[in-house]
Design a protein around this ligand. Structure first.
Ligand SMILES: Nc1nc2c(ncn2[C@@H]2O[C@H](COP(=O)(O)OP(=O)(O)OP(=O)(O)O)[C@@H](O)[C@H]2O)c(=O)[nH]1
Ligand SMILES: [Mg+2]
Ligand SMILES: [Zn+2]
Length: 306
């Protein structure tokens, strides 16, 4: 039988059959992801083959079907290993907030690079707009200008007040969508606003200074009445980029990709080479400095496979 992993809690996986039945399954044997080592062999969104255990309500997963794509990050403890956040995605929504907590541009860029690496369309959802002061609204306008210019749609919403929730509903229709972002940005609250019947656990305390707090602890996939699925994930504090070659990195910045062929050297790293079209564009303000800094930071960090 074939099924879709809708929840993973470590050793157990919830598998949904085509008929919509959900079965708790364990893993038998080894599952490998080509080219990388991962801390989790299977992830939400994976399509697997499974068998029922004799005389039991539980099943055993025997095979992983080839993934169309996935979002991966560097594992926190084992830096050589990756953790697959979710697989087989049609799009990814990065939930961003400018207050309590504030999402940094570097974090956004790391996420976008990861999505680009697997050709997953990404967009930015600015939540908690009900909290924004005038200054916050100015920062929002700056962020939007940076990202819309290079092709990432931006939407401002409030899970609390229901602002633009219908707009997000439309974007989700018929698609598998990942919700990612820092802890406390309101991913689960947004999903609750989109699917009021779910009543997911969200953080109730108003003080968000406690960074160690994670309310959602496992990734889980929910089916939408209008067709499609949304995936709620635990918040991530840092997103280490993994599985990208240094010389490929600029391909995953659309505004750099677009200018690459204009560099004098075809192996240009866009760091200090003469005749570099990317550096020229940064100087002229056509490429945002913050984006270029993110490029350098990923390039120079231990965040790439060299
Ligand atoms: N003012 C305001 N507060 C919000 C909004 N959305 C969420 N919150 C609050 O933000 C806090 C965190 O929300 P969660 O939905 O638990 O955040 P999360 O991203 O799922 O967090 P993790 O599960 O830890 O990753 C809660 O106290 C929510 O009530 C919003 O639009 N406006
Ligand atoms: Mg949550
Ligand atoms: Zn160059």
């Amino acid at each position: 039988m074939q099924g879709l992993i809708t929840k993973s809690t470590g050793s157990w996986y919830q598998v949904q059959t085509p008929a919509g039945k959900r079965i708790d399954c364990r893993i038998k044997g080894k599952f490998r992801t080509k080219g990388i080592t991962t801390t989790n062999p299977l992830a939400v969104g994976d399509i697997v083959d499974f068998e029922m255990e004799p005389d039991q309500e539980t099943g055993v997963i025997t095979n992983l079907q080839q993934r169309k794509n996935y979002i991966i990050r560097k594992s926190i403890n084992l830096s050589k290993q990756g953790q697959i956040i979710a697989a087989n995605l049609d799009q990814a929504m990065l939930v961003v907030t400018l207050a309590s907590p504030r999402t940094s541009l570097g974090f956004i860029d790391r996420f976008l690079v990861t999505a680009e690496a697997y050709s997953i369309p990404a967009m930015l959802i600015y939540n908690k707009v009900d909290l924004f002061s005038d200054e916050g609204l100015e920062i929002l306008a700056d962020y939007k200008a940076v990202y819309e210019k290079i092709g990432y749609p931006c939407y401002e919403v409030s899970a609390l007040e229901g602002t633009n929730i219908e707009k997000v509903q439309e974007l989700l229709k018929g698609k598998v969508t990942l919700f990612s972002g820092h802890s406390g940005v309101g991913k689960s609250s947004l999903i609750n606003a989109l699917l009021p019947d779910l009543d997911l656990r969200t953080h109730q305390v108003s003080d968000w200074s406690d960074k160690g707090m994670h309310t959602t602890t496992f990734a889980e996939m929910f089916e939408l009445p209008q067709g499609g699925f949304i995936i709620d994930t635990p918040g991530i504090r840092e997103l280490g980029v993994i599985d990208i070659e240094k010389q490929e990195l600029s391909h995953f910045f659309p505004e750099m990709r677009q200018r690459m062929n204009q560099c004098r050297f075809n192996n240009c790293r866009h760091i200090n080479e003469p005749g570099c079209a990317v550096l020229e564009a940064v100087e002229e303000g056509e490429i945002e400095l913050s984006r270029y800094e993110s490029y350098l930071s990923i390039y120079n960090g231990n965040d790439t496979r060299s």
